[in-house]
Design a binder for this molecule. Structure first.
Ligand SMILES: C[S@@+](CC[C@H](N)C(=O)[O-])C[C@H]1O[C@@H](n2cnc3c(N)ncnc32)[C@H](O)[C@@H]1O
Length: 281
């Protein structure tokens, strides 16, 4: 099983991880939040973590919780940069704060593989990490997310980054991709970061292990020859072996890589996130 490492940058560092949690620095502020992949022992003690951190996330159910402020001076909203891009961060009750920093490797990949005026599609786009990366090199970017407030957050990130004219699509990702296929619209690059549990166009609930084959199939159909597809999947129910079976069935295994996305902590531990699939069309 091969790993692909994503690197820290000046405004983000994974400081330490372990005992089901991670300690992260976002610009000036430090958070502690749960991560089921941090099943190993951390290097620093919990006392050290608590001394460093500004906020800690306390889980109340397995999907929601609340943030406890450890430093009274800390800000609940702040910005961080990645090169020329700027992202607004906010503490949400789902333990996320508005950016998946491990995606940095994909932002770099997109910036090296997309050229001015290429069409780029970000399905399940969230706060626009990949959309801003593509737009910053001059691509025509379509950003699709089913949640209105999330698209508004991404739009605000576009504006604070000094960018404009991303096409915002408020829709079900699969439905939008199917419509694009019918309309004959094609892309140089497609990225998708589907959640482990999703809600479809008819409000039906789906699991990524049931849906990824269909998502890959449609992504292949709307991508131009010479283009690429990136799929991130963070579910333990979807191991690399299942993804490779689908790639074989779709006839693209030899044009694809499936690697485990990982990051090193400053203390030398390795945190894995999920599978990262890239297909050259
Ligand atoms: C895991 S996040 C994506 C992270 C993002 N790619 C990044 O790296 O910043 C999943 C996103 O998918 C959206 N979403 C969930 N179900 C969806 C659906 N059926 N169609 C479109 N978007 C959906 C959620 O609103 C959320 O913003």
């Amino acid at each position: 099983m091969s790993q692909i490492y994503t690197e820290h940058w000046p405004d983000y560092a994974l400081l330490d991880a372990g005992n089901g949690e991670k300690l992260e620095r976002w610009g000036e502020q430090i958070t502690i939040r749960p991560d089921r992949n941090a099943y190993f022992k951390p290097v620093w003690s919990k006392e050290v973590w608590l001394e460093k951190a500004d906020f800690i996330f306390q889980e109340e159910t397995h999907t929601k919780g609340r943030w406890e402020k450890l430093n009274p001076e800390a800000k609940e909203n702040w910005n961080i940069s990645y090169g020329a891009l700027e992202y607004g961060l906010e503490l949400t009750k789902f333990k996320h704060i508005g950016l998946f920093p491990e995606q940095r490797t994909n932002w770099d990949f997109i910036q090296s593989n997309i050229e001015e005026d290429d069409r780029f599609l970000n399905l399940f786009g969230y706060t626009g990490g990949a959309s801003l990366a593509a737009r910053s090199v001059g691509a025509e970017v379509y950003h699709c997310d089913a949640v209105r407030q999330i698209n508004a957050w991404a739009k605000s990130n576009m504006e604070t980054s000094g960018l404009s004219d991303i096409r915002w699509v408020l829709d079900d990702a699969l439905k939008f991709a199917q419509r694009e296929l019918k309309r004959g619209n094609r892309y140089k690059g497609v990225i998708m970061d589907p959640p482990a549990f999703g809600i479809g166009a008819k409000k039906e609930r789906w699991k990524i292990e049931q849906k990824f084959h269909e998502l890959l199939e449609i992504a292949l159909e709307i991508t131009d020859p010479g283009g690429f597809i990136i799929m991130n999947t963070y579910s333990p129910k979807l191991p690399a072996s299942k993804i490779k079976t689908a790639l074989t069935e779709l006839g693209v295994l030899d044009q694809s890589t499936v690697e485990t996305l990982a990051m090193k902590t400053t203390t030398g531990k390795v945190l894995e996130y999920g599978e990262l699939t890239r297909i050259n069309r």
